[in-house]
Design a protein around this ligand. Structure first.
Ligand code: OGA
Ligand code: MN
Length: 291
């Protein structure tokens, strides 16, 4: 533990996103360092720590500082010795098969299909391809602020139904080779209603909560009209002026606030290269992130 750590941030995205240096990640962390880090997360919404180089146990310990962690419904895709770590990529090794969702890249915030969705996620580059496999982030908060006032009035108070079954069906349509989510897992998460505009509990900032592949419909709207509205909103949120693209280097750690940004994976040459990412997911209502 470095008592005298000075934590600093440099903005890297157009309206959000910062590269952080000086944050102690390993071992004990002083409450004031944690508070500074959380304040930076609230301000920048996506924090990048280049070359963090964390072992799985350290990633779990660091992530737990913020609150309890979700265990992913696809247990086969988690690390056997650390079930809190969800593995993403095309790597398979003893007892672990990373979740390889080629062809289903889509904008989302993590676990929106849960009754209480995740507050934040941490994502670590264990093996990264030399090109491709970037993670893109969209500033759903800045995008909300710049919405046309008429559209803002139209969506205020609207709610969308998020369902794992929609995501499963979407995956089966776009990537028929991939085994789809077992029905028993899907049944464990009945559809939930989420607001289209959410208010961040700590900052009070409003943001757009739009996960097109997970949303089955907008409540009180016919399917086609709802789909058209979602398309309009996603086109707005994902304009380059609201997007930061993270090109991974091995050892990078990125933390994002699921309550304020959307993100998506991108393609890479999976026949040539390996990619293995470790994700921890902070459950909703996390004490350290609430204020
Ligand atoms: C995720 C995710 C993006 C990526 O694991 O939640 O969205 O770049 N991953 O793999
Ligand atoms: Mn995700």
């Amino acid at each position: 533990m470095d008592k005298f750590a000075t934590i600093s941030a440099r903005q890297i995205g157009p309206t959000f996103g910062a590269e952080v240096s000086g944050m102690p990640i390993h071992g004990d962390i002083l409450p004031e360092h944690l508070m500074q880090f959380v304040a930076l997360l609230h301000r920048y919404r996506v924090l990048v720590i280049p070359g963090a180089n964390v072992a799985p146990g350290d990633l779990v310990a660091f992530s737990r500082r913020f609150g309890p962690l979700e265990i992913h419904a696809r247990v086969d895709n988690t690390l056997p010795e650390h079930r809190e770590i969800f593995c993403v990529g095309n790597v398979e090794r003893d007892g672990m098969k990373a979740s390889f969702s080629r062809g289903v890249e889509q904008w989302h915030a993590d676990s929106s299909y849960r009754d209480v969705p995740s507050d934040a996620s941490l994502f670590y580059g264990e093996i990264v391809p030399p090109e491709g496999g970037d993670t893109l982030f969209a500033d759903a908060t800045a995008a909300y602020r710049s919405l046309d006032p008429a559209l803002r009035r139209r969506i205020e108070g609207l709610r969308a139904v998020h369902s794992l079954d929609s995501l499963r069906a979407w995956g089966a349509r776009h990537n028929p080779d991939r085994p789809s989510q077992p029905m028993a897992q899907v049944a464990g998460f009945p559809p939930v209603s989420q607001p289209l505009v959410r208010e961040h509990p700590a900052t009070g900032a409003k943001s757009l909560y739009v996960c097109p592949a997970v949303i089955s419909h907008i409540e009180g709207m016919d399917e086609e009209e709802g789909r058209a509205l979602l398309d309009t909103l996603i086109a707005h949120i994902t304009q380059p002026r609201f997007v930061y693209c993270h090109q991974w280097h091995q050892g990078d750690l990125v933390m994002w606030d699921n309550r304020a940004v959307l993100h998506t994976a991108s393609l890479f040459d999976h026949e040539r290269y390996q990619r293995l990412m470790y994700r921890t997911t902070i459950a909703g209502g996390a004490p350290a992130l609430a204020h």
